[in-house]
Design a binder for this molecule. Sequence first.
Ligand SMILES: [Zn+2]
Length: 549
Amino acid sequence: MPSRAAALVLLALAACGVAPAGGGEADSQTVEPLLTVPERTGYRRTSTAAEVHDFLVRLDAFGDPRFFLTAFGESSDGRPLDLVVVADPPVRRAAEAHRGTRPVVLVMANIHGGEVEGKEAVQELLRAVVTDEADPWPVGDAVVLFVPVYNPAGNDALGPKNRPLQHGPSLAGRRVNARGLDLNRDWMKLEAPETRSLVGLLQEWDPHVVLDLHTTNGSAHGYELTYAGVLHPGAHPELRDLLDHDWLPALRRRMLERHGLHVFDYGNFLSPEGEFEDDPDLLGGWRTFDHRPRFGNNYVGLRNRIAILSEAYAYLAFPERIAATRAFVTEVLRLAAERGSDVPAACRRWDAETERWGGAGELVQPLSAELVERGREPVRIRGFRTETDPATGETWRIASGPVTEVELPVQVGFRAVEEALAPPTYWLAPELAAVVAPVLAGHGVAFRWLDAPQTVEAVTFRVVETHREPLPFQGHFERSATFDLGLREVTLPAGTLELSLAQPLARLAFQLVDPRAEDGLRHWNWYDRWLMAGPDAELPLYAAPLPEH
Ligand SMILES: [Zn+2]
């Protein structure tokens, strides 16, 4: 903590008449300097949500017009979710952020409660803004939205066993929210109040770039941090190309050149742990996770926005993880600022093309996907030793020993296996529309209600086979199904929901509503009532035939 910052906070507190945190005596001798919880506990502790909020309030007391503390929704345990807007010139409302051509970036931390360093890195960055450690604010005229603690209930459910093998702190939060939901599996179904709040923020503030901060819990590798872009093959091809061939390689270079940190595409080795020491070929390859839009990076991509997942390396010490995450956030912000008006311009173009193709029946969407190999590339390997945390008796893995590089097949992207042209319009009969409309509205997908009956030529979906997973996942018994598509005249009653894909969110709308889509409403049981009628049942959902081209 630079002494200048400490001095400044004392001045700010005195000027605002704010009592120092944690003590009654306003004697300047006892005023605590503005340190994060890890900084003032020798990195033995991570912040609770209340401690983060208190820290933000103290930063707010500086009265820096570039720093604006507000809230954007509510957590599953009824707490307001903090949002900090940092911008120069200052921004207070969403409409102001989109005046002109400024890039808008959202940095969200702590979606998984025990993955703790994102919120600490964000606090350090915000302190640097108001204490002029970063003067001028180093990201030009970009508008940056910070959500330091997206999952306060998970964050505060501190325990010694929530993050097995993670190299400290001794107590960390748990992954899920107060209702046991993993917020990074909830993006399509919107069942958690946190997700509904955040998707509301995406609609209101419309960030062009979303950066989601996590910590790994897998393979022992030789990187300080790993990342992923948008893995869903249904995102705009130009968006995926921009990330894979421009932004992510640039970030990788800059992290090494400017911070001496090695970063790479997120992944895990294909072999069991430990075997590589005898024979690196046993590693088999380096593979990323999942393309489905239940994950935030893929979901945001389907909204035509740039998304980056950041995963600090769990077996590095807590302060090293904070530093790596802070450096990565800084570089993403700098890159967004540097690209300036190109960022909103690209988003507008992707929106306009998606709307045009969606309305014309020309939008190609995947129904399933498979991993593709980028090639054989050098991957960094590093071993670890284990230690017992004296405070809890839990085992820590500590990255140690030399780094070696092994050439491995690298699978960090997906391509479509089956594809379909998205129908330009869907119609949902009133009984189905009643359950689907709230989810569509939650996502900001536009639709309208038919106020009079209408007869149309429509594609029908008749069930061939359907399967329900026997074990629950996230409170659901996941549902698959195959359909026979027919074509007949259908009379739609008044109260039918009409969903036109002539809209910027056409990719998301298709992946939500089309019964053939992999991770949409059919998967999460919205269509079960009709699917359970068994083979030959017809869904009360119809699609406009594709126009002849
Ligand atoms: Zn995570």
